[in-house]
Design a protein around this ligand. Sequence first.
Ligand SMILES: [Zn+2]
Ligand SMILES: [Zn+2]
Length: 83
Amino acid sequence: MAKTGRNDLCPCGSGRKYKKCCEARERNGGTRSRVMLFAVGGAVLAAILAGIASFTGERSSGPTRVWSTEHGHYHDASGVAVP
Ligand SMILES: [Zn+2]
Ligand SMILES: [Zn+2]
């Protein structure tokens, strides 16, 4: 495996020096794709967290209290009287 020097001809066959050709492109493309990956990953993570938050929120803030007209007070979901 021969390491390509920055002043050597680019292995892609463009005839330009590696530092003027694919090295710069790889560096720019690499960081850009990495930033994109972070952005997409962050968005997906945020969406997942928001989904989990809303899911658990719905469960905890669901119809836990039911008004009983015959008893004149609230009951929780399992039928226990709530003061
Ligand atoms: Zn190249
Ligand atoms: Zn009751």
